[in-house]
Design a protein around this ligand. Structure first.
Ligand code: SF4
Ligand code: SF4
Length: 153
């Protein structure tokens, strides 16, 4: 009986994450407070990673989201601007205002980080696992009818 409940629960959980939340991964684990995500930060604004200082200062001026006021540019690499957060205590490796940290920090890590090519930090206590297995996705794709394509030139 216990197993039956577990299976039903897993099915509801899967449906909720896939269809309601529109997620592709389950987030597992918990934060071990390593502080790695408070250093060398990339920031995505309106769907793209901030790449230039001009862009960042314009956003900072126009958008009053508190996080933009906390961060400073440290360097730039091929991916975009790299920031540091002034609320991060480097010695203790803790947030100085953890209780009031902004939503971007509260929600970290979200699976969206994969969509722009970023990865979890090596020490991160979280991990992501696909909601649908490769076999399930493959089964679904192979059931779809093959479309006829026409060459137009
Ligand atoms: S506000 Fe706090 S949790 Fe967010 S990046 Fe800065 S130090 Fe880290
Ligand atoms: S990198 Fe992961 S484990 Fe470390 S502080 Fe950030 S969320 Fe927590």
């Amino acid at each position: 009986m216990k197993l039956l409940y577990k299976n039903v629960f897993n099915k509801i959980k899967k449906f909720y994450h896939l269809k309601i939340l529109k997620k592709r991964y389950y987030r597992l684990g918990s934060c071990n407070c390593c502080g790695a995500c408070c250093e060398n930060i990339y920031v995505r604004h309106n769907g793209s990673v901030i790449k230039t200082e001009e862009e960042f200062y314009k956003i900072k001026k126009e958008d009053n989201y508190p996080f933009y006021q906390f961060i400073n540019v440290v360097k730039k690499d091929d991916f975009g601007l790299v920031f540091e957060c002034t609320k991060f205590d480097k010695e203790k490796r803790l947030c100085k205002d953890h209780k009031n940290r902004p939503s971007i920090c509260r929600n970290y890590p979200s699976e969206e980080i994969f969509s722009f090519g970023a990865q979890l930090q090596d020490n991160c206590g979280f991990s992501f696992t696909p909601i649908q297995s490769f076999e399930e996705v493959f089964k679904k794709i192979s059931k779809k009818p093959v479309k006829n394509f026409e060459k137009l030139n």
